[in-house]
Design a protein around this ligand. Structure first.
Ligand code: ZN
Length: 201
């Protein structure tokens, strides 16, 4: 008898037991190709548009992050999971980050477990509360319902996290793309600090 592995087992409800591999070294899985977010896909999201433009002109559209979406059916009884690999870098003094999102079903939480690298999870809710929690290998961050969440790489190595959330939660990227975050994280004297986002609307 064989044990199922790979995403084939994950495509139809009800799911059969299966297993997948994620590398502890680079976060990548052989189960499915990763989705890649290059810098050009984040136009307007960093505070320093001039630095953004220079980086694109000089840097040939660097890969900022990649992640695995495994096609788990989006029902409330399932769990979606995968890894996110956020590369080190800065736009001006602002660290590389993910786009960040609310969940479409706003009151659904998520857990991120850090496998490698160093960084922060920046969170805010529609009521205006915000928070940052640290990522380092072995540390898990709980993102409560109602909080938008964005990973930020403040280190010099890829920030690798493993995430799990209710599979029907959905992703609302539009609110962040339109309004931005209230806060940004920039490097000052070699250390990350949180500032008000001058672009926040
Ligand atoms: Zn999420």
């Amino acid at each position: 008898m064989t044990k199922k592995n790979g995403p084939d087992a994950a495509l139809q409800n009800p799911l059969a037991p299966f297993n997948l591999y994620f590398s502890l070294n680079n976060g990548l899985s052989d189960a499915a190709p990763s989705l890649k977010r290059h810098l050009s896909k984040m136009k307007g999201m960093y505070a320093d548009d001039a630095a953004f433009g220079r980086l694109l002109a000089d840097g040939g559209d660097p890969l900022v992050y990649e992640f695995h979406e495994l096609g788990i059916p989006e029902s409330d009884g399932n769990l979606a999971f995968g890894t996110s690999i956020l590369y080190p870098g800065k736009v001006g003094s602002e660290y590389y980050m993910t786009k960040g999102h609310f969940h479409t079903i706003l009151d659904t939480a998520e857990v991120y477990y850090c496998i490698g690298g160093k960084g922060l999870m920046l969170m805010e809710n529609p009521e205006g509360d915000w928070d940052v929690q640290p990522f380092e290998p072995g540390r898990a961050v709980y993102v409560p319902g109602r909080y938008a969440h964005r990973s930020i790489n403040t280190g010099h190595e890829p920030l690798i996290t493993f995430y799990v959330f209710r599979a029907d939660a959905g992703h609302d990227y539009g609110t962040i793309e339109t309004k931005g975050y209230r806060k940004i994280v920039v490097e000052q004297d070699g250390l990350p600090i949180v500032l008000d986002n001058p672009k926040w609307q």
